[in-house]
Ligand binder design. Structure first.
Ligand code: HEM
Ligand code: HEM
Length: 253
């Protein structure tokens, strides 16, 4: 069987920093989910060892907390990178409240989710970096992550007198104690898991349907983009730069 292929260009979209952030986030999230569920429901292991000599639960908790600090650090760094990184890493991609973003979201819902035919075939509907719906889901997950970190540090403040974790003790007061705080931390874990399942499914779906190297792009950094889409983007960029230059020349006069 043969399929029609277009003329593709190999475009470098995910910088090393973004890829490092991605895989650190992915592995840390998996570790936090596993250790979190062990903390939530510790298996009663019948052991012939004095409790004081068996510290396995302490290690599970330590792994959870160390991983949590690593994840907080990489997320903060990624936010910084959203202001200094390349255009595909820029914060503007993640906040779609403009006509371009909203129309791209509508296109993704129609064509990718509801599987309706793409009658218009607009070149601008093909995303080079993130599509706006995916990027918006990362934005929402970042907000959820801050809630998870705040409730996590608040739970930690009960057993630690480190000034940083203590500074989150107000979260316990806000939720009326550690029971609700713990429930919120637990419930958000299910939201993280839902995100991971949908995210990995959609990455593999796009990889299979579009054949643009979506899944491997987070390893190599490269995606394949139709040449005419890339030229369309370059022409637009040149026009915008020209306009900007003319504007600043006018101002100088
Ligand atoms: C980001 C910073 C985070 C911090 C500081 C943190 C900290 C904590 C602490 C202190 C506990 C309670 C430990 C205990 O009672 O011994 C806990 C429990 C838990 N954590 Fe985290 N955590 C964080 C992120 C996450 C993430 C991202 C997930 C999952 C995606 C997660 C899942 C869980 C679960 C399921 C529990 C058990 C909750 C329960 O008792 O029902 N945590 N975490
Ligand atoms: C726990 C698992 C995972 C988590 C938490 C996660 C999280 C994320 C996040 C936060 C981003 C945005 C990256 C950025 O712009 O800085 C992203 C993008 C991406 N991820 Fe994952 N990821 C996970 C698993 C995977 C896996 C297994 C694959 C590959 C098969 C994958 C492939 C991708 C790709 C290709 C993108 C860019 C797609 C797009 O344009 O929206 N991810 N992921």
């Amino acid at each position: 069987m043969t399929t029609l292929t277009h003329n593709y260009k190999r475009v470098y979209v995910w910088s090393l920093v973004v890829r490092f952030f991605h895989w650190t986030t992915a592995f840390s999230t998996i570790i936090l989910i596993i250790t979190g569920f062990i903390i939530a429901d510790p298996p009663a292991i019948d052991q012939n060892v004095e409790a004081a000599n068996s510290y396995w639960f302490g290690y599970v908790r330590a792994i959870h907390l160390i991983t949590a600090f690593i994840l907080v650090a990489v997320v903060i760094f990624r936010i910084y990178w959203a202001f200094v990184g390349n255009r595909f890493a820029n914060w503007r991609n993640f906040i779609p409240f403009n006509s371009k973003g909203l129309s791209n979201i509508w296109h993704v819902i129609k064509v990718d989710i509801l599987l309706m035919p793409d009658k218009d075939h607009n070149l601008s509907d093909i995303s080079i970096g993130h599509n706006y719906l995916a990027a918006f889901s990362y934005f929402l997950m970042t907000i959820l992550f801050f809630l998870q970190a705040a409730t996590g540090f608040a739970l930690m403040s009960q057993t630690s007198d480190f000034w940083f974790t203590e500074s989150f003790s107000w979260v316990l007061k806000l939720f009326g104690g550690d029971i609700l705080t713990r429930y919120i931390h637990h419930f958000s874990t299910w939201l993280f898991m839902t995100f991971v399942v949908i995210h990995v499914y959609l990455v593999l779906y796009h990889d299979y349907v579009e054949g643009r190297g979506e899944a491997s792009s987070m390893i190599s950094g490269y995606k394949f983009v139709r040449a005419e889409r890339f030229d369309f983007y370059n022409n637009k960029k040149k026009k915008a730069e020209k306009k900007l230059k003319e504007k600043s020349e006018k101002k100088d006069k």
